[in-house]
Every structure is written in C-alpha cells, then in structure tokens.
Design a protein around this ligand. Structure first.
Ligand SMILES: Nc1ncnc2c1ncn2[C@@H]1O[C@H](COP(=O)(O)OP(=O)(O)O)[C@@H](O)[C@H]1O
Ligand SMILES: [Mg+2]
Length: 281
C-alpha cells in the first residue's frame, strides 16, 4: 500500500501527465468546536477511476465529501478542482464548480410532489436553456441508463427504495457531470438492490467515463466498485490500496472493519482513545 505518486499518494498518473488531479485535497483539517474530524487530509482523485473511502459511522466521510463540493470549508489546507484552488471561492463562484459534480447523498430525497421524470428534469430546467423536447429526451436517456425508462410519470411514493435511489442517480447525472460523488449509496438497501447500485456505479464509470468517489461502510460495495480504497480512521487515512491489499492487510483496525468483527473492533477501541463522538452520517 505504498505511495506511488509523490504529491498524490496512491495515484498512478505519470508525473509527466500535464493534467492536474481532477480533485485534490491538500492538508485539509476540519473541526467542529472541540471535535477534530479531519486532520491534514491529503487526497487526489484519479481521473476516470473510482475512489472509495471507508470508515466507521461518524469518522468524517460525509464531511470529507462536503469539502469537495464547497458545502464545508477547511479550517486549514486547500481544495483544488482541476488544479484550481476553490476553497476560498465565494458562494456565487462555487456554482459553476459544483456543476462539474453529480451527487447522490444518503438522504438525497426526491421531491415527493414531483413525478420521477420531473425530478430528473429539475436540474436541467433550473440550470439550462434547453427546450422541453430536449429535456424530455435527456430525461428518458438518463432513466434508461439506470434501467428505469418508462417510469417517468410515477410518483416517488410508488417506487421502491432501490428505484428511488436510481431516479436520484439519474437526476445526479442529468447535467453530464465529470465527477460523481456517492455518499453511502447502498445504505438501507437489501443485498440485491445494493448490488444493482454497485453495478450502476461501475456502468456509469465505464459508459460516461466519469471520476467517482464513494464513501461507504458497506465493504461488499467498496470491494466491488473500487479501483482504490482508503480507510478513514480518527481523522486520518490509515490504509490506502486496492481491495486485495485490504483483504490481505494485517492492520487490526483494517481487519476489524473489513471483516465486521465487533470483538476486534471493541478490543481495538479499548487500546485507543475514545472514538469521536456523534453518529451522524
Ligand atoms: N455541520 C456540522 N456541525 C457540527 N458537527 C458536525 C457537522 N457535520 C458533521 N459533524 C460531526 O462530524 C463527525 C463526522 O460526521 P460525518 O462526516 O457525517 O460522519 P460519517 O463518516 O458517518 O459520514 C460527526 O461526529 C458529526 O456529528
Ligand atoms: Mg456520512
């Protein structure tokens, strides 16, 4: 699990590659009052690859993602998108940067009073001058990508949890993002529906050539979709490698998490400082 790129550990991009990392966090620290959530985090997302961040509930995975989207700002450190520093941008200047991202939040609820089709159309109506006919065509195409073309007129309440997630994903890709951010995409879904989402993450990566970042505590999902996995623990990355590297890891903290072994986790907690408070995710 050694670093392969001096400035961007884990990223295999040749040093001579003229393109900067698509997203980069440099030395990002974030606290809420006395709760230190992120400690000098360095992270580069490799273009066209899927980077997965795993870690227990409340470790700061969502906080990490929010720094990429300008929804939270670092106390220390910098955030770059395509080599441009963005963490000091004003709210208005964030708008075009955020448009490069599609995001599927854990609580990424659909608008309940809109049909599935209207939900997917929403960002296109808000942010583009496309005609109704063009929007209808794009909505059909995006829903087809997630395997749901034809459900345009259904209300969210008529859909299963997995279908709602897929409509939210169709909405996330409506604007053709370069980067898709997934926050716990499989949480709350049964194994079959989770696997449908995993397959979609892989399909969108391949068909849309997007860069993906997934945060999850679902190891099955992490191992299936990841090109690279990082484990966040008490504000720092403690492991970085492929799924196979993680399976073979002898680090007890990694093993406890990968195997979901509660006893190992408890014995580990006994040896270290108390876990960071809060269970929000
Ligand atoms: N806006 C906020 N204000 C105060 N505390 C927060 C805020 N956002 C997150 N936290 C706290 O930061 C920690 C990490 O949260 P989060 O990133 O949501 O964890 P997770 O890894 O489950 O996604 C938690 O203790 C949470 O309560
Ligand atoms: Mg979270």
């Amino acid at each position: 699990m050694a670093a392969r790129h001096q400035r961007c550990p884990g990223v295999t991009t040749a040093m001579s590659d003229p393109q900067p990392p698509i997203v980069e966090l440099r030395g990002v620290s974030k606290s809420f009052g006395r709760l230190h959530v992120l400690h000098e985090i360095d992270l580069c997302l490799e273009r066209g690859k899927t980077t997965v961040v795993i870690g227990e509930s409340g470790t700061g995975k969502s906080v990490l993602l929010k720094h990429m989207l300008g929804l939270l700002h670092p106390d220390k450190g910098q955030v770059y998108v395509d080599g441009r520093r963005v963490d000091k941008l004003r709210e208005k200047e964030w708008v075009p940067v955020r448009r490069r991202f599609g995001y599927l939040f854990q609580m990424g609820a659909l608008f309940d009073s809109f049909t599935a089709g209207q939900n997917v159309a929403f960002p296109l109506q808000e942010h583009t001058n496309k005609s109704d006919a063009e929007i209808t065509e794009i909505v059909a195409r995006k829903l087809a990508l997630v395997g749901l073309d034809g459900i345009q007129s259904k209300m969210p309440g008529e859909l299963s949890g997995g279908q709602r997630k897929r409509v939210a994903l169709a909405r996330a890709i409506a604007m053709d993002p370069d980067i898709i951010v997934y926050d716990e995409p499989t949480t709350g879904l049964d194994p079959i529906r989770s696997d449908t989402i995993n397959d979609l993450i892989i399909k969108l990566k391949n068909e849309l050539a997007v860069t993906s970042v997934v945060v999850t505590h679902d190891m099955v999902s992490a191992f299936k979709v990841a090109d690279r996995v990082l484990m966040l623990h008490q504000g720092r990355f403690i492991a970085d490698g492929t799924a196979d590297d993680f399976r073979r890891s002898t680090d007890p903290r990694v093993q406890a998490f990968v195997t979901g072994d509660a006893d190992l986790q408890m014995s580990h907690l006994d040896q270290t400082e108390a876990p960071q408070g809060g269970t929000a995710s």
